[in-house]
Design a binder for this molecule. Structure first.
Ligand code: SAM
Length: 258
């Protein structure tokens, strides 16, 4: 095997700590389940997933030079695996199975939020998503109204799922060592979802266009009586976007695009 060179632009910080790898795979019982792993890298997490005896593991890796490492693991139990060397951003996960599946992954940091937001649109295909992301991204996902990190992504993710931070992971557990801390989160789809993703997203884009300004100001150019909405929902006319709860944003999206 030729010497492998880690590619920073692909977020190749491989998780080496066996205890952390094991904790990630124990968050759900994966036995006989269908599991998708995005970015298996050299397969450290893949090996741990395999130990849990899932029915099928789908691997999606963009970097072809990792093929020899991954094929070696697949050879241990070829029937259980399917591997695709492709860009996860371009793949529609709905095509993998008609049954719900688990996604377990140490995501490439530069595209983690984009991938998760993309998956939210079809969240019902997952049993749950257990993903490692940058700690600050995890904190944005779980942030509550009125806090500094609360924003468009917090509302979107919390409208469609229950999101929980499971553990923090220090940089020394990776090779090469990243500059930032990481966290493992679990995203579980809500049972009943009757929210229109596009309408909510468009509402949030208007609402958060200027974080420091009031919601009233951000809706200035929109043909909608935002004052009436604020009064009806007992919100001050000076309310800023980060002070509005997820439920009020859902209401706002319904009224705005009635
Ligand atoms: N799962 C491994 C681990 O825990 O050690 C590696 C995780 S590493 C943070 C991210 C992996 O995602 C790398 O293997 C990288 O090549 C891969 N990757 C980066 N961008 C990708 C993309 N767009 N689609 C699929 N895989 C990608």
């Amino acid at each position: 095997m030729t010497v492998f060179k880690h590619k920073k632009y692909l977020g190749q910080n491989f998780l080496k700590n066996k205890s952390v790898l094991n904790k990630i795979c124990c968050i759900n019982d994966l036995k006989n389940q269908i599991v998708i792993e995005i970015g298996p890298g050299k397969g450290y997490l893949t090996k741990k997933i395999l130990e849990k005896k899932p029915r099928k593991i789908y691997l999606i890796e963009k970097d072809h030079s990792l093929k020899p490492y991954l094929l070696k693991i697949i050879q241990e139990d070829p029937k259980r695996f399917e591997i695709f060397f492709d860009d996860a951003l371009k793949i529609d996960l709905r095509s993998f199975s008609d049954q719900k599946f688990f996604l377990v992954s140490n995501l490439p940091y530069n595209i983690a939020s984009t991938l998760i937001v993309k998956w939210l649109k079809n969240i019902k295909i997952f049993k749950s998503l257990v993903v490692m992301v940058q700690k600050e991204v995890a904190e944005r996902f779980v942030a509550k109204a009125g806090t500094k990190l609360y924003g468009r992504i917090s509302v979107l993710i919390q409208a469609f799922s229950h999101v929980k931070k499971k553990l923090d992971v220090d940089p020394e557990h990776f090779f090469p060592k990243p500059k930032i801390k990481s966290s493992v989160i679990e995203i579980t789809p809500k049972q009943k979802i009757s929210i229109d993703y596009e309408k909510l997203n468009r509402t949030l884009k208007i609402a958060f266009i200027h974080r420091r300004k009031t919601l009233k100001n951000n809706f200035k150019k929109v043909d909608f009586d935002i004052e009436k909405f604020l009064i009806k929902n007992q919100l001050s006319l000076n309310t800023r976007p980060q002070e509005v709860s997820k439920d009020n944003y859902v209401k706002l999206s319904i009224e705005l695009f009635r």
